[in-house]
Design a protein around this ligand. Structure first.
Ligand code: ARG
Length: 490
């Protein structure tokens, strides 16, 4: 028992440290943390090693250089990237962000460094010829962006406006025929049309937008410093040079649209398999750490609850009653709310100023799993005939020893299958942490889909990987159960 408590505290402490402080200083230089949303070429995207590139990224590097700071990039969903800067989790957001009135109420902006206008992307044979044809259509946008806001305002009532997590997903839906058009900023639109056959661009006549860098309201000093440097970079032509290089970049090499072409692009081209591999690595790490937290928490809670329920009538312990109450609330809340919502609350509310996204994911998964593990273990302990406990107590063993030598070993065998299922659920649930910025297998698959405009192979590929992992663990679990059965017979 003492060991369990110590282990639990160490784990929670360790994680607290992980979550609480960001990565250790490496260069001694002060960090400039930029949040972005890297599915917006040519402004921000990932290259094949998973590095961030694009116009915004290069400008940000140039700014950091001039300021003598080290640039750190956090890739989040667009709304989360804005939120991160607003709440001070990052120093600034650079994500092709249009300055508008609502956003100016929430944050402050640098001088503008680019202009943009919303355009409509349709397939070449589309019957949509202009904005006038949009009523009644299915319109794809990126959620939280100005394109999404304009379309909701103008066509929300008469059309089906869909908010995708990024423009690339919307383009894929358009290519699949799920929607009729995509409304998005002109520069990414040009990249999308260049990279995909059979698409064309229509004008919208929405007003011209200005891109600027966003900061939290209290970061005026940093904003002013950035402004000074940004002005210099615009005046000496650096910004124009960067823009030129990206606008004239080569499109992704064409491996053909057949099965092998797509397969090649999704897994083999530019060593993309390495990205999946590192994704699997972090998925396994997240699972293992969350499992440790889950089991430790689960055992603790189960012991407290069983001890409480097995008290002799008339000899109720007040402290135990109180702790038991807390445990009950914990289990009820965790089991009564969706995992995804728990993650979002942890990522964006409770730890809204931490940038250790993966660690927050681990902590949340562990806490979630703990509630289920607790109930599984409690079920196992309660299922044992009370005569077992009574017999060992009458032999003179105390409560803890009876638990340790008589009850727990017997209960363990009956809970092993359910515990195995819980572990498998946990492994699969790690896929959710990409929603709060965690990086694991699904993140890798999505990043590759964003580069290749092809969801099927990366997504089915990651599904196959999860399946193989689950099969391996099921097999191991079977082995363990067989071993336990054998040791029983002897
Ligand atoms: N300019 C638009 C806006 O501010 C779209 C920006 C989307 N940016 C991105 N990195 N996905 O709403």
């Amino acid at each position: 028992m003492k060991r369990i408590v110590v282990l639990a505290l160490t784990c929670i402490l360790l994680l607290g440290v992980l979550v609480g402080c960001s990565k250790p200083e490496q260069s001694g230089k002060e960090k400039l943390i930029m949040s972005t949303s890297a599915g917006f070429p040519p402004y921000e995207m990932t290259d094949d090693e998973g590095n961030y590139i694009g116009i915004d990224v290069e400008i940000a590097y140039a700014i950091a250089d001039e300021l003598g700071m080290e640039l750190v990039i956090d890739d989040l969903e667009f709304a989360a990237a804005l939120e991160a800067a607003k709440s001070g989790k990052s120093d600034m957001v650079m994500a092709g962000v249009t300055v508008n009135e609502e956003r100016e109420k929430e944050m402050i902006f640098s001088i503008p460094y680019a202009t943009a206008v919303q355009v409509i992307i349709v397939t070449e044979d589309s019957e949509i010829r202009s904005k006038e044809d949009l009523p009644g259509k299915s319109i794809g946008t990126q959620i939280g962006t100005t394109g999404n806001i304009y379309c909701e305002d103008d066509y929300g009532e008469v059309s089906n406006v869909i908010g995708y997590d990024n423009g690339i997903t919307a383009i894929q839906a358009l290519k699949n025929g799920q929607i009729d058009c995509v409304v998005v900023d002109n520069a990414p639109a040009q990249t999308f049309v260049k990279d995909n056959k059979g698409l064309k661009i229509l004008e919208t006549e929405y007003k011209t937008e200005q891109y600027a860098i966003g900061f939290a309201k209290n970061k005026t000093e940093l904003r002013d410093k950035v402004n000074e440097v940004l002005k210099k970079l615009i005046d000496n032509g650096t910004v124009a040079e960067i823009v030129d290089a990206y606008i004239n970049a080569e499109p992704e090499k064409d491996y053909g649209d057949g099965f092998w072409g797509k397969f090649h692009r999704a897994f083999i081209a530019r060593n993309r398999w390495k990205q999946y591999l590192s994704g699997v690595g972090s998925t396994l790490m997240v699972t293992a750490l969350a499992l440790v937290i889950g089991v430790v928490l689960g055992v603790l809670v189960a012991i407290i609850r069983t001890a409480h329920d097995q008290q002799r009538p008339g000899r109720k312990n007040v402290i135990l009653g109180f702790v038991n109450g807390i445990c009950k609330v914990y289990i009820t809340v965790i089991r009564g709310t969706p995992m995804l919502v728990q993650l979002l609350i942890m990522g964006f509310v409770i730890f809204s100023s931490s940038r250790s996204y993966t660690a927050i994911g681990i902590l949340t998964l562990g806490i979630n799993s703990g509630a289920y593990v607790a109930e599984i273990i409690r079920g196992g302990l309660m299922s044992l005939d009370p005569g077992q406990m009574e017999a060992s107590r009458s032999l003179g063993m105390n409560y803890i020893d009876s638990m340790r030598f008589v009850v727990v070993p017997q209960a363990f065998k009956s809970i092993l299958p359910s515990l195995g299922n819980e572990f498998i659920t946990l492994l699969k649930d790690t896929a959710l942490i990409y929603t709060i910025g965690g990086k694991e297998l699904v993140y890798a698959a999505r990043a590759i889909a964003n580069r290749t405009y092809e969801q099927m192979f990366p997504l089915v590929g990651s599904a196959v990987i999860y399946l193989v992992l689950v099969l391996i663990f099921t097999w191991l679990q079977g082995l363990l159960e067989r071993r336990l059965r054998q040791s029983d017979r002897r």
